[in-house]
Design a protein around this ligand. Structure first.
Ligand SMILES: [Zn+2]
Ligand SMILES: [Zn+2]
Length: 227
């Protein structure tokens, strides 16, 4: 299969590598859409180590993805959970369900966490392996492209819950990147009063306005009409 293999800062090569094997608890996904996360960019430029024991490649990056199931391991097959052709979105933070932390319900402290695209091969490839416990079926009315936003959207939902915005409250969002754009929409739907969006690039701020920001300000470009 074709895969983008990351080796070291600014070195990522399109290569032919074997389609990954599936164990009894895995599912093989044919990747349909994959997002480029801020952390993928950090890895690519060497600003942050990848999650392998050495912190280095070779590693296939990409963890925000949707796809179609092409092979189901024995366990999920026996449980009747997934079948070939299912449309799925992958939760890339995959705990093992077998260590003490997992048994105690503290799955975020799992000793054997596997994260496709961070410490195991990810989705900048034609196929990617996922644990069957890290998969969700994608509803028919959610496209593969929209579904690839599930993980970043989940982060936004969590952040918004922590903020605990009450209807009518004034909200300021710093940064009109993908996360900021989702935050604008979520703040709007929660019932925020006025929403202010701050950024450094007009085209992104304008998108934010479309998504529901009342006021947009460019904090760095003196020639911007939003400065
Ligand atoms: Zn991400
Ligand atoms: Zn575990």
């Amino acid at each position: 299969m074709k895969a983008q293999v990351f080796y070291q800062a600014e070195k990522m090569l399109l290569e032919e590598i074997p389609v990954p094997e599936v164990t009894e608890t895995d599912v093989l996904v044919r990747v349909k859409n994959v997002g480029i996360c801020g952390s993928d960019i950090s890895y690519y430029y060497g600003l942050s180590p990848v999650g392998t024991p050495t912190g280095k490649g070779p590693l296939v990056l990409g963890h925000e993805f949707t796809g179609e199931i092409v092979k189901v391991g024995k366990v999920p097959e026996r449980l009747g959970l997934f079948a070939q052709g299912d449309r799925v979105v992958v939760n890339p933070v995959q705990n093992c369900n077998a260590c003490y932390a997992c048994a105690a319900g503290q799955t975020h402290l799992c000793e054997n966490m596997s994260v496709p695209g961070v410490n195991t091969n990810g989705a900048f490839a034609e196929y990617c392996v996922s644990k069957y416990t890290g998969l969700f079926k994608l509803p028919d009315n959610v496209s593969y492209a929209a579904g690839a936003f599930t993980e970043p959207l989940a982060c936004v939902v969590y952040g918004m819950k922590k903020l605990d915005i009450e209807p009518g409250q004034f909200v300021v969002i710093f940064g009109p990147g993908p996360m900021g754009q989702m935050m604008v929409q979520m703040a709007r739907s929660i019932g925020a009063g006025k929403i202010v969006l701050l950024g450094t690039r007009d085209y992104r701020l304008q998108i934010g306005k479309k998504f529901g920001a009342d006021y947009i300000f460019n904090t760095s470009d003196k020639h911007s009409k939003y400065y």
